[in-house]
Every structure is written in structure tokens, then in C-alpha cells.
Design a binder for this molecule. Structure first.
Ligand SMILES: C[S@@+](CC[C@H](N)C(=O)[O-])C[C@H]1O[C@@H](n2cnc3c(N)ncnc32)[C@H](O)[C@@H]1O
Length: 252
């Protein structure tokens, strides 16, 4: 582990996990097909893309480096955004707008229909079912027709649900047709080593749940599936289904 003064960074070869300042998990350096699809889209779409819940902006910086015209960086923790902004050079700063605050309230600050793309990586896991329904409405309203949404989220097969007990609970919920089988609480379902930077409540999200909610809000799902988090951060590898990725389009 390497202390960087601003959130501990756990280095692992070319990848890393950097702890957030507000106990909301880690920032990662994604390497999956969903992130790469969005990166490619952001580079060529010519419009504004938003990285919501971006933490210290590692992915936001990759969007800039790929050639995105303008990038909005949002996080509920303003200190994360300050660290990101300070890390940019003057040319990069001209292409970035930082908007601190709860992403669920961004309709107050970003005009409806103004975004070409939105990426929301690894924070829908902190939302209740009602908030997940609401956030899909926010994504939909902020995107322009034809706009792309990319969501990455810890699944029901992530390290959060690694114990046999947690897997039994999930299997039972799924068999019973539970709409939200990934509701998680630390005391009952988590036995792993990262408890100190996770909240008491979380919500593991599988591709079928995110696809259902995206479709219910009017999105067309381009693709959705589990991906192997081992390539992102080996210590969180379980069985290759650790994370969920989804790319969806707001119809024209
Ligand atoms: C696990 S980190 C992920 C950071 C980055 N998106 C990534 O995937 O590398 C979650 C981040 O989402 C932010 N966050 C959580 N809930 C949020 C919300 N409702 N609105 C905006 N940001 C939020 C946290 O402050 C934290 O920085």
C-alpha cells in the first residue's frame, strides 16, 4: 500500500485501487469492454460527456486523454474533485467542468438533453432501489437523443458477496423472483478485508436488474453482462463475474 496523502492507493502492477475520502469504496483503472466502448464513444462523439461519481477523476482523465471535447466531472465529495482539478494542466482545465454534489440532483445544474454521454462507475451500488429508479430518470433526462450511458457496478458475485452464506442468500432471493436480489448489509453478508471503507448498506447489481431498469426508463440496451474484475484489480477476483457492465442508448 502506498500512502499518497489524499486517499490510500493500493498499487498492483499497472492497475490500482485508490481509497475514497468518504468511505465509498475505491477508484479503479478500468480495463473492461464496457469502459473501452465508452472511451471510444467519448473520443469521437464531439459532445459533452459526464463522469458522474468520478472520485479523483482517473477515468475522467482517460476520457480527456482519449480526446473528449468537454468533460463534466461530478462527485458527492468535493475534496475528490479538487484533487482531480489540481492535477490537470491549463489546457485540460479548459475542457473540464467540475460539479460537486449528489448526482441524483444534477438536473438543477446541467441542462436537460445536453449530454452526449454519461459514465457512472461503481457508485450505483450505494443506492436503494427507489434511488436507482430515480437515477435512471436523471440519466435519461440529461442525455440528448442518441446519447450513450455506461454503468459499471459490483455484481452479486463480487467480493461483497463472496461468502457461501451470502451466495445462498442471493440464490434464494433470485429463486423467489426478488426484483432486487443484491441488497447487501455489512453485518450479515460481508466477511472481507475492506469493511473499513464500505458503508453499512450497499446494493449489488447484476446485468438483468440494470437492463430492466434502463429499459423501463426508455433506454435501448446495447449490451450488458458480467465482467472479470481480475483484470482491473486482482485482489477482488472471485469467479469472473465480479462486476456488471451495461451500455445503453437514449433513442432518437
Ligand atoms: C467506488 S468510488 C468509484 C469512483 C470512480 N467512478 C471509479 O469507478 O473509479 C464511488 C464514488 O462515487 C461517489 N458517489 C457516491 N454516491 C454518489 C452520488 N449519489 N452522487 C455523486 N457521487 C457519488 C463517491 O463519493 C465516490 O467517489
Amino acid at each position: 500500500m502506498v500512502g499518497h496523502g489524499h486517499g490510500e492507493k493500493i498499487e498492483a502492477g499497472t492497475t490500482f485501487a485508490r481509497e475514497t475520502l468518504n468511505g465509498r469504496g475505491c477508484e479503479y483503472n478500468y480495463n473492461d469492454e464496457y469502459f473501452h466502448d465508452f472511451l471510444q464513444f467519448a473520443a469521437q462523439c464531439g459532445g459533452t460527456v459526464a463522469d458522474l461519481g468520478c472520485a479523483y477523476g482517473a477515468s475522467t482523465k482517460r476520457l480527456l486523454d482519449a480526446g473528449a471535447t468537454k468533460v463534466i466531472a461530478n462527485d458527492i465529495c468535493k475534496e475528490h474533485l479538487d484533487i482531480f482539478y489540481d492535477s490537470l494542466n491549463e489546457m485540460e482545465k479548459k475542457r473540464v467542468q467540475c460539479i460537486p454534489g449528489d448526482a441524483l440532483e444534477l438536473e438543477k445544474y446541467i441542462p436537460a438533453g445536453s449530454l452526449a454521454g454519461i459514465i457512472a462507475a461503481s457508485w450505483l451500488n450505494f443506492l436503494t432501489p427507489e434511488q436507482i429508479k430515480a437515477v435512471f430518470g436523471v440519466f435519461y433526462n440529461l442525455l440528448q437523443p442518441g446519447g450513450k450511458l455506461c454503468i459499471l457496478a459490483a455484481s452479486c458475485y463480487s467480493d461483497l458477496m463472496e461468502s457461501q452464506h451470502a451466495q445462498d442468500v442471493v440464490a434464494k432471493r433470485k429463486a423467489a423472483g426478488d426484483q432486487w436480489p443484491g441488497l447487501w448489509n455489512k453485518a450479515e453478508l460481508y466477511k472481507g478485508p475492506f469493511a473499513h471503507h464500505l458503508p453499512d448498506f450497499m446494493h449489488c447489481l447484476d446485468p438483468d436488474v440494470l437492463s430492466r431498469e434502463a429499459t423501463a426508463r426508455g433506454f435501448k440496451v446495447d449490451k450488458a453482462g458480467h465482467f472479470d474484475f481480475g483484470s482491473v484489480f486482482q485482489a477482488l477476483k472471485v469467479d469472473g463475474r465480479e462486476w456488471t457492465g451495461i451500455i445503453a442508448t437514449k433513442p432518437k
